[in-house]
Ligand binder design. Structure first.
Ligand code: BG6
Length: 497
């Protein structure tokens, strides 16, 4: 394939990323194939990539540019036949894929060898983003090498940025140590700590919903809101990742990152502006106001059960899981946020694997209407934000039942995600933002450390504590229901529509 400067889908204008090279460490990995390449394809299709865009894939397996291009072309075609893939288009548009494919170069190199970085220095010219799609143990060493080789120097108007995947540390001490280490080689503004939940359409829309609607903004306080539920329920089990998961568990895997980011979007104060630092200041302040939920937390582990009608084994019977494992695959927390806005409002967070339904959703439960006019007929309003699958929101309203009697009927107003939205696997806007240098959807060092400080107290409290069982395919452990019931609240049932 010829390298062409006049692709079928060239990007021009203000919505086009600046010319740069994306250097992907972990070129042969799952993330690169399953998510990054589809995201680049979608960005190219929407005209967001400039002619001067390049990709250099780095991995230790021997390969050539042509070999990598061919393998990725096959993988992309395979997605059209795989309806379980995040990226499942009817067809791959030939011109769009050619635009991406002809910009791919492969570099065989060991992540821990200085010559890999010397070679990259020879290949790179101008601005670059180093994407660490690698196991967390390489984050520190790769950034050390990038720094030592001068690859992070921003001279002659070029930018040099690093995108770091999760997990970013496994507790406060390790996160602090990693931040300190990477900040020896790069400035904070050069580091983009990614959290893919922030790439989801609904999550990005929360600030607009909250702060661009006078209908909503004044009601978004403890005066009107009774409680808030944040759910990230999955039906999958550990899916061959048990080695990682055994030492990680649901709390570390999902809470300080994904769930706290949803919590920040829902509960933060209005930022002073939409500038990345202002947004992150507001989020950091929210994280600092979370009160550790020790005593208000439940952890569970799935036992054997059924998923989609077929029997599935319990967690302890999965490959690479210890027979007496105490690793949690489910966690439910009741958090307090110590700000004037949220006095007395519990935030209930839950996440788990092998639950009844895949659903990431935020539910805002308003207090009962003041008026006793309608007796028990006036149900509290609930606003649900659908994050995954699909996007959109639904608000329940009490309306008068048509007819002569004064009676109420619940009505639900729904707003589905826009069909015009960029089709996506969730990484498109994050990659695009990194290319533009917009860090507002990325985590800053203080946010990460603040989140771990909250979670650390639970990790300590849970040491050697038993885990509650729940059958695969259920809503989670009974103890999680009790956590809410004792305050007169209840989780939204997972199988409910
Ligand atoms: C990842 C976790 O960060 O997020 C996984 O490591 C989890 O365990 C995944 O399955 C969930 O993401 P999504 O986008 O599929 O809801």
């Amino acid at each position: 394939m010829q390298d062409s400067e006049t692709p079928a889908t060239p990007g021009t204008g203000p919505s086009v990323a600046p010319a740069c090279t994306l250097v992907v460490f972990g070129a042969k990995g799952d993330l690169t194939q399953r998510l990054l390449m589809p995201a680049l394809y979608n960005l190219a299709g929407a005209g967001h990539l400039p002619a001067g865009f390049r990709v250099v894939g780095v991995d230790h397996n021997e390969n050539t540019d042509a070999g990598w291009r061919e393998a990725l072309t096959e993988t992309m075609q395979g997605f059209t036949r795989d309806d379980t893939a995040e990226f499942h288009p009817d067809r791959i548009d030939e011109a769009t894929w050619r635009f991406v494919c002809e910009r791919l170069r492969y570099h065989t190199g060991d992540f821990d060898a200085p010559e890999t970085y010397r070679a990259l220095d020879g290949i790179l010219d101008g601005s670059a983003i180093f994407y660490l799609a690698v196991s967390a143990r390489f984050f520190g060493p790769v950034i050390d090498h990038l720094g030592a080789a001068g690859l992070l120097d921003e001279t002659d108007g070029r930018f040099r940025r690093v995108v770091v995947e999760k997990p970013f540390g496994s507790d406060l001490a390790s996160a602090r140590a990693l931040n300190a280490r990477i900040l020896k080689s790069a400035r904070e503004e050069q580091i983009f700590r990614i959290d893919h939940f922030l790439g989801k359409e609904t999550v990005q829309g929360i600030l607009a919903l909250r702060f661009a609607n006078r209908l909503i903004e004044p009601a978004w306080t403890g005066e009107h809101i009774d409680f808030i539920e944040i759910t990230a329920a999955e039906t999958i089990g550990v899916e061959g990742r048990a080695r990682f998961y055994e030492t990680t568990g649901a709390l570390r895997d999902m809470v300080p990152n994904h769930l706290f980011q949803l919590l920040c979007m829902i509960a933060m104060e209005a930022p002073a502006s939409l500038d990345a630092e202002a947004v992150r200041d507001a989020k950091a302040a929210l994280i600092a106001a979370i009160r550790p939920p020790v005593g208000d937390a439940v952890r569970g582990q799935y036992g054997a059960g059924r998923e989609d009608g077929r029997p599935v084994p319990g967690y302890r019977d999965e490959a690479d899981v210890a027979a007496g494992s105490l690793t949690e695959t489910y966690v439910a927390l009741s958090l307090a946020i110590d700000t004037p806005r949220w006095q007395g409002v519990p935030f209930y967070l839950r996440t788990g694997k092998r639950l009844a339904r895949r659903r990431t959703e935020i539910a805002i439960h308003f207090k009962r209407p003041h008026a006793e006019l309608f007796g028990v007929g006036a149900a509290p309003n609930v606003l649900r934000l659908f994050v995954d699958p699909g996007s959109g929101l639904a608000g329940s309203l009490n309306v008068k039942r048509p007819g002569p009697a004064m009676a109420l009927d619940p009505a639900v107003a729904t707003l589905n995600g826009s069909a015009d939205a960029l089709p996506g696997v969730g990484y498109e806007s994050l990659l695009f933002d990194a290319m533009k240098g917009d860090g507002s959807l990325f985590q800053r060092a203080d946010m990460i450390e603040g989140a771990w400080a909250v979670v650390d107290s639970l990790i300590a409290a849970w040491k050697d504590a038993p885990v509650a069982d729940y059958p695969a395919g259920s809503d989670g452990p009974v103890a999680a229901d009790t956590l809410l019931n004792r305050r007169g609240h209840a989780w939204t049932p997972l199988p409910a529509e």
